[in-house]
Write a protein that binds this ligand. Structure first.
Ligand SMILES: Cc1cc2nc3c(=O)[nH]c(=O)nc-3n(C[C@H](O)[C@H](O)[C@H](O)COP(=O)(O)OP(=O)(O)OC[C@H]3O[C@@H](n4cnc5c(N)ncnc54)[C@H](O)[C@@H]3O)c2cc1C
Length: 464
């Protein structure tokens, strides 16, 4: 007879849930994970990975157009959108089956079905063949989130796309409107713009990429405009009139209304947690708008019920979900894990140029009452960047003027999503300017700009 009682039941096998399940099993817990759709969650199937696969195609396409600069020649550069999508879907599938393999290897019981909490440690799973009742002393809810839909701007898969449609396009947009300029909106804008779509981005706030440092947002805007994008800030799409093959957007900007016609719209206006139909309210789990409320250890306040990842709110990032998953599994196994420190969760946007940041922006540091020292270094001053043909970008570091503590790092330019981890470790270790100044950075690398940015904050910059 199949096992029906566990130490830990995890609901949802995204990067939060499956990592929690594996860590729990490593620590000797008997673990079941229940997934209603696909192993790996949004991240592997419809988020982080397939977008990066598609953006890589766009990046190579862009570089092919620059071949001459590198002493190379190419003829008849073109692309096949179906082949780009096929590659992206193939990569998602490969990683999705990898998760199944990892769960099996760690002796986690994986069940495909939809789970509901029934109280007192009971979970009801509805599978293709019927229902199954399971019990556990601990239940971890990691059911993630989905795209927020504004009334009138709902995706229809034809003219108005959600991220899922944008990852499996039925046609190549010629004239594209992207609503929302967070990481998801900007990555799709970058992808389609690079492949030739005339792209307009509408952002309701006063600048694109609003969570980034203001200087980075401004730098990104300048670069995107140079690449041909139309960026409309402090603007709101009030209505979409869907016609035959076209959509007319009614846009309000600075009190003025304009209409503009597009053949495709991508709606990227935020995220709502998957809190419904889980039985959470009946148990007394607190839900704030669409997110489950927890303490720093993922505890919901209901004995034996934990929640992590996108379900618990911003930042909606896979690495945050995974780290929380590890933390909760360790807590349940009797270890003493540290809660996740928000200031060490980096955010990356894989557009061209890439954007990456960790910690406080200059404005937020000042708003928190810190007196700051700020350093900046341009890609133009770095030998490796010039050798790569990637001289567009900058690195900005923010320090506490009194203590020298590194408060934040903000980067734009080639490969910064790989560089940022250097200063994530710095923030985790609560490093100061002295440690960073005394660190030897390898030459020639882009990382030298991280050093120079610190030197600049302390009036010691060399190559500028
Ligand atoms: C287009 C796009 C690009 C992104 N790019 C990045 C990126 O580059 N970097 C990054 O860090 N983040 C990125 N994200 C965000 C990232 O995907 C999420 O932060 C991450 O997937 C959250 O993990 P999670 O485990 O909390 O939830 P999810 O990955 O959403 O997984 C939750 C799982 O729970 C399952 N589930 C829900 N309800 C039930 C139920 N009742 N029973 C059983 N199973 C259930 C769902 O089917 C799902 O598989 C991106 C997101 C999108 C949409």
């Amino acid at each position: 007879m199949a096992q029906d009682s566990f130490d830990l039941i995890v609901i949802g096998a995204g990067p939060g849930g499956y990592v929690a399940a594996i860590r729990g099993a490593q620590l000797g817990l008997s673990v079941a994970v229940i997934e209603r759709e696909h192993m790996g969650g949004i991240c592997l199937n419809w988020g982080c990975i397939p977008t990066k696969a598609m953006l890589r195609s766009a990046e190579v396409f862009h570089l092919m157009h620059r071949a001459k600069e590198f002493g190379l020649s190419t003829e008849g550069i073109s692309y096949d959108l179906d082949a780009i999508v096929k590659r992206s879907r193939g990569i998602a599938k490969q990683l999705n089956s990898g998760v199944g393999h990892l769960l099996k290897k760690n002796k986690v019981t994986a069940i495909m079905g939809s789970a509901t909490l029934a109280g007192n440690g009971r979970v009801t799973v509805t599978t293709k063949t019927g229902t199954q009742d399971l019990t556990a002393a601990n239940i971890l809810v990691a059911t993630g989130a989905r795209a927020h839909e504004l009334p009138g701007l709902e995706a229809d898969g034809d003219l108005v796309w959600s991220y899922k449609h944008a990852l499996t396009p039925k046609h190549m947009p010629k004239n594209l409107l992207v609503i929302g300029s967070g990481a998801i909106g900007i990555e799709f804008a970058s992808f389609y713009n690079t492949l030739g779509a005339k792209t307009t981005v509408v952002e309701v706030l006063d600048r694109i990429l609003p969570v980034e440092d203001e200087e980075i947002s401004a730098f990104a805007k300048k670069s995107f405009v140079k690449q041909g994008m139309d960026i409309r800030e402090k603007a709101r799409v009030k209505r979409l009139d869907r016609g035959k093959g076209t959509v007319t957007a009614h846009i309000e900007q600075n009190g003025k209304f304009t209409t503009q016609t597009f053949d495709t719209v991508i709606s990227a206006v935020g995220i709502v947690g998957n809190t419904e139909d889980l039985g959470l309210e009946a148990l007394g789990v607190k839900i704030d708008r669409t997110h489950v409320v927890t303490d720093a250890y993922g505890r919901t306040g209901v004995e034996g019920v934990f929640a992590i990842g996108d379900l618990t709110g911003a930042p909606w990032l896979a690495h945050k979900a995974s780290h929380e998953g590890t933390m909760v599994a360790e807590l349940i196994a009797g270890r003493s894990p540290h809660p996740v420190k928000p200031e060490t969760i980096a955010g990356c946007t894989y557009c061209t140029p890439q954007i990456a940041s960790v910690g406080l922006t200059e404005a937020k540091a000042k708003a928190a009452g810190r007196e700051v020292k700020v350093g900046r270094f341009p890609f133009l001053g770095n030998g490796k960047a010039i050798a790569l043909g990637e001289s567009e970008g900058m690195i900005k570091t923010v320090f506490d003027a009194a203590t020298g503590e590194l408060l934040g790092t903000h980067m734009i330019g080639a490969e910064v999503t790989e560089l940022i981890q250097g200063y994530v470790i710095g923030q985790q270790m609560e490093t100061t300017e002295e440690d960073l100044i005394n660190t030897v950075f390898p030459h020639p690398t882009l990382s030298e700009m991280m050093h120079e940015s610190v030197l600049d904050a302390y009036d010691r910059v060399i190559h500028m």
